[in-house]
Design a binder for this molecule. Structure first.
Ligand SMILES: [Zn+2]
Length: 483
């Protein structure tokens, strides 16, 4: 799909449909709609024209070149926020797509260029690349964003955050046979090939053995697919500035291993690499925006499968910091690969470490798809992420990282056990991770609930959601602008 930006008069654009924003009582957001105000006067009596958040579709308006005009209702001006703009933009362009419009122009809604472009581009994204036949499928060929030069600068930001988000969605949704650890690293190289100041290092199992990453490698033991450990460097500022390190769980397929999951819904476990997808593509977004900070991304990648070589319950393995782990349940593998990645993250002397993982069913039960559940030792870091979450509407909820629960992961065999029983499972998972990182400024984000959602936003695609990408980019933007 072609993305165009224009400062021209939207009324004169030769496209198949245009979108104009409109507050309640038919106050148009930009001059283009002014003439329509008087035109619409006669409609105000009609019941169906009185829902201020609805779209109104009109045809062949005098003085407007495009045959279709959608008036996107934004509600009350004083109540407008980023999320309402995203949803309004999404709904309006989808209505035009449904009517067969292939070339669409939309003015910046509510003077919010970023949210306008996010609503459109997130909304129009579909994961359909594996279908060979798309009968009757309606595509948009081009979108033109119309606004003044300042508004179009914000549109550019939204184009990049949406692109990052959509690439993350794609990587999260690819089935295991289309995204083995090896293919996953190839896609990553591809994503970064033209992005300045970035470097992609793909470590193999030999390297992990040298680093004594026994915890990570214990998960890879059951599969024939070689595990990879991806390391991404974005050098956005001077070398001596401490980096932000992002760590993402990259289980390209999770069968549970010897502690095999039940078959129902197992296919969704193609998305157990969502944390890795979020990390890779957040860094892509940060680098493409050219933000002046250093970021390192670490994603251990492997399948978790049962076989004659697979790790078994009660096996004891040793992580790279020397701590021994009793593998109580091989389906609690995410924390095992993250343990070694967190230990490695501290070798970069980071100012903060954020790990992100589809980690526990327990988090899904606790807060479902309304919030990213997180744990942190640092109030400051937490509040910064929370703020970015509100701005991007990927909201965060803090859970207790409290030693009260620690006895649940005590092991008779080893230093620590990888599960803590049926209660407070998201918390015991976080406490397990805390055993492998000493840094105060560390946040663990459990995205299991939001990435496999029951309720979706109108601009969310089907399948697994790579939730967190936009808020992490926003967090980085906030850090940089704070200086
Ligand atoms: Zn698992």
């Amino acid at each position: 799909m072609e993305i165009i930006k224009s400062t021209e008069n939207i009324e004169e654009l030769a496209v198949d449909g245009i979108v104009l924003g409109c507050y309640s009582n038919y106050n148009f957001t930009e001059h283009a709609g002014m003439r329509l105000s008087s035109y619409l006067e006669k409609y105000k009596e009609l019941e169906e024209f009185n829902d201020e958040k609805e779209n109104i579709l009109l045809y062949y308006i005098d003085g407007i070149t495009a045959p279709r005009v959608v008036i996107a209702g934004l509600g009350k001006k004083e109540e407008l926020d980023h999320e309402k703009v995203r949803i309004a933009a999404n709904n309006a362009v989808k209505l035009l797509r449904k009517k067969g419009a292939k070339r669409i122009a939309i003015e910046v809604l509510g003077n919010d260029g970023q949210s306008t472009s996010e609503g459109v581009l997130l909304g129009l994204y579909e994961f359909i690349e594996l279908k060979s036949q798309l009968k009757d499928h309606k595509f948009v060929e081009s979108v033109t964003f119309v606004g003044n030069e300042n508004q179009l600068i914000d549109v550019d930001v939204g184009i990049i955050t949406s692109e990052a988000q959509n690439k993350a969605h794609r990587m999260a949704n690819l089935p295991a046979n289309h995204a083995t650890p090896t293919i996953f690293t190839d896609y990553t190289k591809d994503i970064f090939k033209d992005i300045k100041n970035t470097e992609i290092i793909v470590h193999n199992e030999e390297w992990a053995k040298e680093k004594k990453m026994g915890s990570f490698l214990s998960v890879a033991a059951g599969t024939d697919e070689p595990a990879k450990f991806l390391e991404i460097h974005y050098n956005g500022t001077k070398d001596d500035v401490k980096p932000l390190v992002l760590v993402g769980k990259g289980i390209t397929f999770d069968s549970g291993g010897i502690s095999l999951k039940s078959g129902t819904g197992m296919g969704l476990m193609r998305g157990d690499c969502t944390g890795a997808s979020v990390v890779i593509n957040s860094i892509y977004g940060i680098a493409k925006l050219g933000l002046k900070l250093n970021v390192i991304g670490l994603t251990p990648l492997t399948e978790n499968l049962p076989s004659g070589k697979a790790t078994k319950p009660a096996d004891v393995v040793v992580a790279s910091n020397g701590k021994s782990i009793e593998i109580d349940n091989t389906d609690a593998e995410g924390r095992l690969i993250l343990a070694d990645a967190l230990i490695y993250s501290e070798t970069f002397n980071p100012f903060a470490v954020i790990d992100i993982a589809t980690l526990t069913g327990s988090m899904m039960s606790a807060i479902s798809d309304g919030f990213i559940g997180g744990f942190s030792r640092s109030d400051v870091l937490w509040s910064e992420l929370e703020k970015a979450g509100i701005q991007s509407h990927e909201r965060y909820w803090r859970m207790p990282l409290d030693k009260h629960y620690k006895k649940q992961i005590k092991s008779d065999l080893a230093d620590v056990k990888n599960t803590g029983g049926s209660r407070a499972g998201a918390i015991t998972a976080a406490l397990f991770l805390a055993e492998f990182i000493e840094l105060e400024d560390w946040v663990h984000l459990d995205i299991a609930g939001v990435s496999f959602p029951e309720n979706r936003k109108p601009y969310h695609p089907n399948g697994v959601l790579a939730f967190g990408t936009r808020s992490i980019i926003q967090y980085a933007r906030n850090i940089v602008s704070k200086g």
